[in-house]
Design a protein around this ligand. Structure first.
Ligand code: SF4
Ligand code: SF4
Length: 193
Protein backbone atom coordinates (compact mmCIF):
# COMPACT_ATOMS: atom_id res chain seq x y z
CA UNK A 1 0.00 0.00 0.00
CA UNK A 2 1.32 3.46 -0.87
CA UNK A 3 1.35 5.92 2.01
CA UNK A 4 0.48 9.55 1.43
CA UNK A 5 2.93 12.25 2.54
CA UNK A 6 1.46 15.10 4.55
CA UNK A 7 3.05 18.28 3.31
CA UNK A 8 2.45 19.93 6.68
CA UNK A 9 4.71 17.30 8.29
CA UNK A 10 7.60 17.97 5.91
CA UNK A 11 10.45 20.47 6.22
CA UNK A 12 11.41 22.01 2.84
CA UNK A 13 14.62 23.45 4.40
CA UNK A 14 15.99 19.96 5.07
CA UNK A 15 17.57 19.67 1.62
CA UNK A 16 19.43 22.97 2.17
CA UNK A 17 20.70 21.71 5.52
CA UNK A 18 22.08 18.63 3.75
CA UNK A 19 23.72 20.79 1.08
CA UNK A 20 25.38 22.93 3.74
CA UNK A 21 26.57 19.85 5.64
CA UNK A 22 28.51 18.48 2.62
CA UNK A 23 25.86 16.94 0.36
CA UNK A 24 25.84 19.90 -2.04
CA UNK A 25 25.02 17.83 -5.16
CA UNK A 26 21.93 16.10 -3.80
CA UNK A 27 19.59 17.81 -6.29
CA UNK A 28 21.62 16.55 -9.28
CA UNK A 29 20.15 13.06 -8.76
CA UNK A 30 17.85 11.94 -11.61
CA UNK A 31 16.75 8.75 -9.82
CA UNK A 32 18.32 6.14 -12.09
CA UNK A 33 18.70 3.75 -9.14
CA UNK A 34 22.32 2.79 -9.95
CA UNK A 35 23.42 3.64 -6.40
CA UNK A 36 20.92 1.24 -4.88
CA UNK A 37 21.75 -1.56 -7.30
CA UNK A 38 25.51 -1.19 -6.71
CA UNK A 39 25.30 -1.01 -2.91
CA UNK A 40 26.77 -4.06 -1.07
CA UNK A 41 24.88 -3.23 2.14
CA UNK A 42 21.61 -3.46 0.18
CA UNK A 43 22.54 -7.03 -0.78
CA UNK A 44 22.63 -7.95 2.92
CA UNK A 45 19.71 -5.86 4.16
CA UNK A 46 16.93 -5.06 1.69
CA UNK A 47 15.58 -2.30 3.90
CA UNK A 48 18.63 -0.24 3.01
CA UNK A 49 18.01 1.85 -0.09
CA UNK A 50 20.25 4.91 -0.63
CA UNK A 51 18.04 6.29 -3.40
CA UNK A 52 14.95 6.09 -1.17
CA UNK A 53 16.78 7.90 1.66
CA UNK A 54 17.73 10.68 -0.76
CA UNK A 55 14.20 10.97 -2.20
CA UNK A 56 12.73 11.21 1.28
CA UNK A 57 15.31 13.87 2.14
CA UNK A 58 14.51 15.91 -0.99
CA UNK A 59 10.80 15.69 -0.13
CA UNK A 60 11.58 17.22 3.26
CA UNK A 61 10.78 14.12 5.35
CA UNK A 62 13.34 15.22 7.91
CA UNK A 63 11.94 13.52 11.00
CA UNK A 64 11.42 10.17 9.24
CA UNK A 65 14.91 10.20 7.71
CA UNK A 66 16.81 11.32 10.80
CA UNK A 67 15.07 9.00 13.25
CA UNK A 68 15.44 5.94 11.02
CA UNK A 69 18.06 3.38 12.11
CA UNK A 70 18.59 2.53 8.41
CA UNK A 71 20.64 5.66 7.65
CA UNK A 72 23.45 4.34 9.87
CA UNK A 73 23.99 1.20 7.77
CA UNK A 74 26.15 2.86 5.08
CA UNK A 75 29.66 1.39 5.23
CA UNK A 76 31.19 4.34 3.29
CA UNK A 77 32.54 1.94 0.66
CA UNK A 78 31.98 4.51 -2.14
CA UNK A 79 30.67 1.92 -4.63
CA UNK A 80 27.60 4.11 -5.31
CA UNK A 81 29.86 7.14 -5.67
CA UNK A 82 31.94 5.37 -8.34
CA UNK A 83 28.90 4.31 -10.37
CA UNK A 84 26.70 7.41 -10.15
CA UNK A 85 26.37 8.94 -13.67
CA UNK A 86 25.56 12.35 -12.18
CA UNK A 87 28.45 12.68 -9.76
CA UNK A 88 26.02 13.23 -6.89
CA UNK A 89 28.55 12.14 -4.29
CA UNK A 90 25.93 10.09 -2.52
CA UNK A 91 28.34 8.91 0.19
CA UNK A 92 28.83 12.57 1.17
CA UNK A 93 25.07 13.12 1.06
CA UNK A 94 24.53 10.18 3.42
CA UNK A 95 27.38 11.35 5.64
CA UNK A 96 25.79 14.81 5.81
CA UNK A 97 22.49 13.21 6.82
CA UNK A 98 24.06 11.20 9.67
CA UNK A 99 25.99 14.28 10.84
CA UNK A 100 22.72 16.23 11.02
CA UNK A 101 21.09 13.30 12.85
CA UNK A 102 23.92 13.27 15.41
CA UNK A 103 23.55 17.00 15.99
CA UNK A 104 19.76 16.78 16.33
CA UNK A 105 20.17 13.80 18.67
CA UNK A 106 22.56 15.78 20.90
CA UNK A 107 20.10 18.68 20.97
CA UNK A 108 17.34 16.29 22.05
CA UNK A 109 15.20 16.83 18.93
CA UNK A 110 15.27 13.18 17.87
CA UNK A 111 16.01 9.85 19.51
CA UNK A 112 18.69 7.80 17.76
CA UNK A 113 18.02 4.08 18.03
CA UNK A 114 21.16 2.88 16.24
CA UNK A 115 24.23 2.08 18.37
CA UNK A 116 26.56 3.18 15.59
CA UNK A 117 27.08 6.83 16.59
CA UNK A 118 27.81 5.84 20.20
CA UNK A 119 30.27 3.16 19.11
CA UNK A 120 31.87 5.64 16.69
CA UNK A 121 32.31 7.95 19.70
CA UNK A 122 34.02 5.21 21.73
CA UNK A 123 36.24 4.35 18.75
CA UNK A 124 37.22 8.00 18.19
CA UNK A 125 38.01 8.53 21.88
CA UNK A 126 40.34 5.52 21.86
CA UNK A 127 42.12 6.68 18.70
CA UNK A 128 42.47 10.20 20.14
CA UNK A 129 43.98 8.78 23.35
CA UNK A 130 46.20 5.96 22.06
CA UNK A 131 46.40 6.44 18.28
CA UNK A 132 45.05 2.91 17.85
CA UNK A 133 42.24 0.69 19.04
CA UNK A 134 42.32 -0.66 22.61
CA UNK A 135 40.32 -3.76 21.73
CA UNK A 136 39.26 -4.90 25.20
CA UNK A 137 37.71 -1.52 26.04
CA UNK A 138 35.94 -1.37 22.68
CA UNK A 139 34.72 -4.97 23.09
CA UNK A 140 33.28 -4.19 26.57
CA UNK A 141 31.47 -1.10 25.27
CA UNK A 142 30.14 -2.99 22.26
CA UNK A 143 28.72 -5.80 24.39
CA UNK A 144 27.36 -3.47 27.10
CA UNK A 145 25.60 -1.26 24.56
CA UNK A 146 24.17 -4.12 22.52
CA UNK A 147 23.43 -6.77 25.19
CA UNK A 148 23.70 -5.09 28.59
CA UNK A 149 25.48 -6.38 31.72
CA UNK A 150 24.12 -9.93 31.36
CA UNK A 151 25.43 -9.97 27.78
CA UNK A 152 28.85 -9.07 29.13
CA UNK A 153 28.82 -12.15 31.36
CA UNK A 154 27.68 -14.45 28.56
CA UNK A 155 30.32 -12.98 26.18
CA UNK A 156 33.16 -13.53 28.66
CA UNK A 157 34.15 -16.94 27.17
CA UNK A 158 34.45 -15.34 23.69
CA UNK A 159 36.59 -12.59 25.20
CA UNK A 160 38.80 -15.19 26.85
CA UNK A 161 39.30 -17.04 23.54
CA UNK A 162 40.25 -13.75 21.85
CA UNK A 163 42.66 -12.96 24.68
CA UNK A 164 44.32 -16.39 24.39
CA UNK A 165 44.78 -15.86 20.65
CA UNK A 166 46.45 -12.52 21.31
CA UNK A 167 43.56 -10.43 19.93
CA UNK A 168 42.89 -8.58 23.20
CA UNK A 169 45.63 -6.76 25.09
CA UNK A 170 45.07 -6.08 28.81
CA UNK A 171 46.82 -2.70 28.73
CA UNK A 172 46.56 0.01 26.06
CA UNK A 173 49.60 0.92 23.97
CA UNK A 174 50.14 4.35 22.50
CA UNK A 175 51.62 4.65 19.03
CA UNK A 176 54.66 6.86 18.41
CA UNK A 177 52.95 9.50 16.26
CA UNK A 178 50.53 10.87 18.88
CA UNK A 179 51.31 14.48 17.90
CA UNK A 180 50.12 13.83 14.35
CA UNK A 181 46.98 12.10 15.69
CA UNK A 182 46.25 15.20 17.78
CA UNK A 183 46.70 17.41 14.70
CA UNK A 184 44.34 15.22 12.64
CA UNK A 185 41.61 15.50 15.30
CA UNK A 186 42.07 19.29 15.44
CA UNK A 187 41.65 19.58 11.66
CA UNK A 188 38.56 17.33 11.68
CA UNK A 189 36.98 19.32 14.52
CA UNK A 190 37.73 22.65 12.82
CA UNK A 191 36.08 21.39 9.61
CA UNK A 192 32.94 20.37 11.52
CA UNK A 193 32.28 23.98 12.63
S1 SF4 B 1 23.22 6.71 -9.07
FE1 SF4 B 1 23.31 8.95 -8.83
S2 SF4 B 1 21.79 9.77 -10.25
FE2 SF4 B 1 21.38 7.57 -10.03
S3 SF4 B 1 19.85 7.47 -8.37
FE3 SF4 B 1 21.83 7.23 -7.38
S4 SF4 B 1 22.46 9.32 -6.81
FE4 SF4 B 1 20.78 9.51 -8.28
S1 SF4 C 1 28.85 4.15 0.27
FE1 SF4 C 1 27.10 3.47 1.49
S2 SF4 C 1 25.31 3.74 0.15
FE2 SF4 C 1 27.13 3.83 -1.14
S3 SF4 C 1 27.40 1.74 -1.92
FE3 SF4 C 1 28.66 1.93 -0.07
S4 SF4 C 1 27.36 1.24 1.62
FE4 SF4 C 1 26.03 1.64 -0.14
Amino acid sequence: MTEAIRLTDTDPRFVDEIKEAGGENILMCYQCGTCTSSCPVREIDERYDPLKIMRMAVLGMKKEVLSSDIIWLCSRCYACHEHCPQGVGITEVLHAITNIAEREGKEGNIKIKSLKPRLDGVFNDLIRKYGRLFEIKFFVHLVLLSKGATGLLSSAPDGFVMFRKGKLRLLPQKIKGMKQIGRIFKIVEANKK
